[in-house]
Design a protein around this ligand. Structure first.
Ligand SMILES: Nc1ncnc2c1ncn2[C@@H]1O[C@H](COP(=O)(O)OP(=O)(O)O)[C@@H](O)[C@H]1O
Ligand SMILES: [Mg+2]
Length: 329
């Protein structure tokens, strides 16, 4: 049955207000803290799980909390405290993101600048996730919230260490949303990597710009029916159309290997690319540096000459005599 309104958790620290969403195995509650501010509590759904399944999902929830706690970023939902137990169930308490998730967005098709802004922000968040040797594995519009025009990544339920697989392929099939899931997540042999999240982020961009969910990667491996995004929305630029197709390559090795690598293919409206000192541009920057040094040298020289002249003139001037009424001792 789950918890009902006014149920107190942590001896009154949190009060349940209602259910935000009931997933297949977990419940996401809206609650308030002692100041009356809204918070979100996530916990397994004891009613829909057998005792064995519940045990497994309890572990999953605790793991989700620890993975999330490792990743601090303005575009990642903030955890409020360590996971805690209530009525024998593990709970995750996190900040309430006042907004809507992208699966619930008002406009089915976003403009390219708006979609790219969110993708850029989630990409920056994913760089932090990947730096922590984690893969989110469930990037999709429903797991991206928009608050005051900025994207926030939620739901670390499927996040795993790069090296550990742990979650079975059947779990992925049950939980992850077809169309956003990379093909290697359906395989027991293929390695996972940052490129696994690149696939899902590219598929998310596909959805934001076309309003369509791409075909499942599992089916694409047998018979690829992926329609180029431009086929649905001719306003999509060639650059973005090609970047999406590249990011959604079914072969992991032929896909951009990291978010940075994928972002190098994309012309963002607001560029975050750092200037790289490559062989091609090093002579240009040396030229610029040389020019600046020359300008400084010229001006310093002129200034020094002027200063010297001024000092010489000052000291060679006849010194004023003391006024007559000065009292001399
Ligand atoms: N911190 C939050 N603030 C506001 N809404 C949230 C928050 N976390 C989740 N939600 C809402 O609840 C839904 C389900 O949460 P999620 O963590 O994705 O659980 P599930 O594992 O069931 O997918 C999200 O799609 C979002 O609409
Ligand atoms: Mg979710």
């Amino acid at each position: 049955m789950g918890w009902v309104q006014n149920k107190q958790l942590q001896k009154g620290k949190y009060t349940i207000e209602g259910i935000l969403r009931k997933g297949r195995f977990g419940i996401t509650y809206l609650a308030t803290d002692q100041k009356g501010d809204r918070v979100v509590i996530k916990t397994p759904d004891a009613d829909s799980l057998s005792p064995d399944e519940l045990k497994r999902w309890q572990e999953k929830f605790v793991q989700e909390a620890f993975k999330l706690a490792k990743c601090t970023h303005p575009h990642i939902v903030r955890l409020l405290q360590d996971p805690f137990q209530e009525d024998g169930l593990w709970c995750i308490a996190m900040e309430y993101v006042d907004g809507v998730d992208l699966a619930d967005r008002a406009k089915n098709i976003l403009t390219e600048p708006e979609a790219l802004k969110y993708i850029q922000q989630i990409g920056e968040a994913l760089k932090v996730v990947h730096k922590n040797e984690l893969i989110h594995r469930d990037i999709k519009p429903a797991n991206i919230m928009i608050r005051n025009g900025a994207a926030v990544l939620i739901d670390f339920g499927l996040a795993r260490d790069v090296k550990s697989r742990k979650l079975s392929v059947s779990d992925v099939e049950q939980e992850a949303e077809k169309g956003f899931t990379a093909p290697e997540l359906y395989s027991d042999i293929l390695e996972l990597g940052a490129y696994t999240d690149v696939y899902s982020l590219a598929a998310t961009l596909y959805n934001l710009l076309t309003g369509k969910t791409p075909p499942s990667a599992k089916d694409r491996q047998i018979h690829d029916t992926l329609v180029a995004p431009k086929g649905y929305n001719p306003q999509i630029s060639d650059n973005i159309n090609n970047a999406i197709i590249k990011g959604m390559n079914v072969l992991p090795r032929d896909r951009p290997q990291s978010i940075d690598e994928w972002f190098n293919d994309i012309e963002f409206p607001i560029s975050t690319r750092k200037t790289k000192f490559t062989k091609e541009n090093i002579s240009f920057w040396l030229g610029v540096a040389g020019f600046i040094v020359a300008v400084i040298a010229i001006f310093t020289g002129i200034f020094q000459n002027d200063l010297r002249e001024y000092i010489l003139k000052f000291f060679s001037r006849p010194q004023p005599t003391a006024p007559k009424n000065t009292i001399q001792k």
